[in-house]
Design a protein around this ligand. Sequence first.
Ligand SMILES: Nc1ncnc2c1ncn2[C@@H]1O[C@H](COP(=O)(O)OP(=O)(O)OP(=O)(O)O)[C@@H](O)[C@H]1O
Length: 675
Amino acid sequence: MVEDAATEALSKIDTGLVVYKALGPEWRRSGVPRPKRRLDSVVLKEGMTSRIVDDIEEFVASRKWYEERGVPYRRGYLFYGPPGTGKSSFITCLASHLGYSVCIMSLSDRLLDDDRLNLLLNTPPQNSIIILEDIDAAVTNREDPKNSDPIYQGMTRVTMSGLLNAIDGVGCAEERLLFMTTNHVERLDSALIRPGRVDVKEYFGNATQEMMENMFIRFYGDNCSADDAVEFARQAASLEVEISPATLQGHFLLYKKDPRLAISHIRDNANTFWWLYSVQPSNNRPLFLWLQGGPGSSSSGYGNLEELGPKDLDGKDRASTWLQVADLVFVDNPVGAGFSYVDDSSAYTKNVTQIGQDLLAWARAFFTVHPEYRTRPFYIFCESYGGKMSAEFARVIVQNNNILRINFKGVALGDSWISPMDYVNSWGQYLYANSYLDDIQLKQVNAQAAHCQKLVDNQQWSQATNCWGDMEDLIGTVTGGVSWYNILKYGDQDDWSKKRRKREIDLDKDNHVLPETIQRLYNRHVKPMYDVDLNDYMDTVVRQKLGIIPPKVKFGGQSNQVFSMQYGDFMVPNYDTVDWLLKNQTNVIVYNGNLDLICDTIGTEMWVNRLTWTGMQGWNTSTRTRFGTKSFPLAGYVKRYGNFQFWWILRAGHMVAHDTEESSIYMLSQILKTT
Ligand SMILES: Nc1ncnc2c1ncn2[C@@H]1O[C@H](COP(=O)(O)OP(=O)(O)OP(=O)(O)O)[C@@H](O)[C@H]1O
């Protein structure tokens, strides 16, 4: 009967899919026949569709085989997995493919009891397959403690033995294709899913990167390119959250006319703020993007008003602003820094890969709004943790520039946290050479560094973060409080932080949730970048002027979460990304202040010396030249080879742009000339 039905139905492939629902003791046709669904409309893992279809087709063709051996001509399938992964949809596709009707029944139906179930399972309409949905809701594993939970009680009147009887008891139909679905396979009684009742078990999982690409292509068809699909899938995967195919489908429906919007709105809960300074007439002026460190400090606030923008916090013109050299765009990133914000804590980024994807989304939006910058030279400049982010951003620009189509000229990494262990390992010798440690203390500091190195070698990233925090505490104690940003200074008495006399060590309301080490690191490296004056200025004057910042967003209000979210990524190096950029003909500029401790020049040279780019030999034998400025005949040194340059900036600490304005401007003008 099943075989005949299939043959007959395949010949009438254009007729619709007839659906029956259980109504009391009988099956009733539900509405008019539905359009048939093609098998490939449900996107599954590679090979899964053909595996299931082959199995069922073989069964349909084997009636005789079963009869000859006296085996009941029945096959049971269990599709299990999270909600919205296509279990029910795929069964209707199979029915369409084979030309059957479907009879759908949910065991959580309160009107169903053992007798009715038995009757229904054994009197299906001709040429149909039966779908028993949510079998876990009804008949669950008797050993599962959840079953004594009142929320599961009284959901159905079907008993376990009633169901087993109905499936394979004496009165049951001779021929049958039965599909069962559940979101909780672990709650099922083993008797229910033993062979004979369930012959094939298939797991329907959330979307893999490959499935996302296929779904994107299926949905947008000729409206999108294969590159779009790859980009979409990469971005979605970088969120590192489980995404069901049903959720993806919902997302595509929101942007059904525009695949590009589907890509750029993948993170709807993340809102990035940027601030552009544009000089007219433009004369093809280059554009510099500035990325602050922290992570969690603000480019638009700290970088702009306290380091290199055209105005300082008092509203006065800055004598040496980088705007003299190029147009400037400050992006508050990772999202949650400055005026950027998330609507939901799941939207914070946790590593540089995610940050890179966010910046790519920003770039797409920015160059769409400002197409005039597409042809102008575009550079990324940054500081500290911004370096880690910038290297990754540069990489995704290079990889996606066939779509982005901008005139990307290079990335300049200022005192960048590219290789954390090189810094941790070099602090001892640097401080020793500058009289901050004696022999005993040097040994102590180096022992702690070796401990951190071990953790990093074992990829115990969170423990390595704690170790780094402990290392900073140790150095703070033995040196008596040397500043991490300029070894000529003490603790928080730096010039750049003079507005921040009243350091708030007390825990603020959000801060107390951070692990203690992270909290201390945050207090040391990010909190000072949100001094009272800056916060007031941004939250009053700037907010009023812009008129676009939602009232719920407080400047820097999410910075501590931004910082703590990187817990597992702080100590992960990405100098291999720098290597990749050099190998891919991207201009890379490294600049370092010689008084910086946190990203000291020795550490920077350590990771630079580890690069494997073919130009390294030429670089090593190139001559370093000195440079001078109006006020300082000996302002620093520079060495260039191929697409790589290294600038040693004398008299500067971590904040090169702030500490040595003349040198910075000179360096910028030279970079523009030589790249
Ligand atoms: N793998 C997939 N490929 C394409 N679309 C899918 C896929 N999975 C789900 N969908 C779409 O999502 C919606 C819900 O899917 P469906 O009801 O089949 O999921 P399910 O796994 O049966 O969910 P539940 O376990 O909650 O019953 C449907 O519109 C379906 O088209």
